[in-house]
Design a protein around this ligand. Structure first.
Ligand SMILES: [Zn+2]
Length: 334
């Protein structure tokens, strides 16, 4: 299976994230990509599709902010990584604020996702990797794997968060629609709910979004991913959330996956985008499922039975030493 990755995705390396009341070492480290590359071998570099497929999903003001944010942070006399400390919640969003701290709040949802001098390039090329994997599938390959780093599924149309800046899966799904696929399904099997992807397609009936994830009553991102979220307007019913408890093992996981796959079959898409996170792994340091390395073959095998052209996009997975083998097991199941 073709793997797409650009070396420019490596340099992005935020130092710290706000977690449990203090600044701790950032979990989304460059070694994640290095470990996957070591396990899988040669990657193809992505083709540059430009900004258009990115702004087809993301707000143009947000994209301009993301590209310039770290320079503006430095220009404000700051050091290190740019991160917000105040969020607008339900207050004024219409005031054209220009202060970097106001913009960081306006365009983010947490303090776990700092912007470094390399964030824009890494995010841009991660998105191009997803688009290039889509090209391979549109050209007739059954599946292709985009080693996206940073990941994407927490990023909404106009916000970053959860280590994510550009929503690679959403960008690929929209590009598939624009290339002529009438219906696209996104299956999110990262440990965390893909809130950004859900938000982007919330009121649409042409992109189905299904997610299996840690119950947001006790896990990040808390405010999305509850079982009663089904989409809105014409999108009502085109979102499916299957929250699962801490300690979930392969048997109940496969039962929930079967529900998601049945719903996707009923939706009858032309194309599948898989947001794959290996943070469902039993030894993941920030997550709480009990999926074992050998289980990933079975999970992938069940998904592959959909027999759909599939773009697999890398999301999370923070047990760095085991990440490459977990990804390799998952891909082998296809
Ligand atoms: Zn995750």
């Amino acid at each position: 299976m073709r793997m797409i990755f650009d070396p420019r995705q490596i340099a992005h390396a935020p130092a710290l994230e706000m977690h449990n009341g203090g600044w701790t070492a950032h979990a989304e480290v460059p070694g994640r990509a290095a470990n996957i590359l070591a396990a899988l071998g040669e990657a193809s570099v992505p083709v540059d599709h430009g900004l258009a497929p990115i702004t087809a999903v993301h707000d143009a003001g947000y994209v301009a902010f993301l590209e310039a944010a770290h320079d503006r942070w430095l220009a404000a006399g700051r050091e290190g990584d740019a991160v917000g400390y105040i969020w607008p919640v339900a207050r004024r969003r219409d005031v054209p604020l220009d202060r970097i701290d106001a913009l960081l709040g306006r365009y983010s949802m947490d303090a776990g996702t700092p912007i470094t001098g390399d964030t824009w390039d890494a995010s841009y090329w991660a998105a191009q990797s997803a688009l290039t994997a889509l090209d391979a599938v549109l050209a007739g390959e059954r599946t292709a794997f985009a080693l996206c780093r940073p990941p994407g599924h927490h990023a909404g149309a106009d916000y970053l968060g959860g280590y994510c800046y550009l929503n690679n899966a959403a960008i690929a799904a929209q590009a598939a629609r624009d290339a002529g696929a009438e219906r696209v399904a996104i299956l999110d099997v990262d440990y965390h709910h893909g809130n950004g992807t859900q938000d982007i397609f919330w009121d649409r009936d042409d992109v189905f979004f299904a997610s299996l994830h840690g119950d947001p009553r006790i896990d990040y991102p808390f405010y999305w991913g509850h079982a009663d979220e089904r989409g809105e307007g014409v999108g009502d019913g085109a979102t499916l959330n299957l929250p699962l408890p801490h300690g979930t093992t392969i048997a109940p996981y496969l039962a929930a996956l079967d529900q998601a796959l049945t719903a996707i079959r009923d939706f009858a898409p032309d194309m599948l985008i898989v947001s794959f996170g290996a943070d469902t792994y039993e030894a993941d340091p920030i997550s709480h499922f009990a999926i074992r390395t050998q289980d990933y073959v079975e999970i992938a095998g069940a998904i592959a039975k959909l027999a759909l052209p599939s773009v697999i996009v890398m999301e999370g997975g923070y047990a760095v030493e085991a990440l490459g083998v977990n990804v390799a097991e998952f891909l082998s199941g296809f």
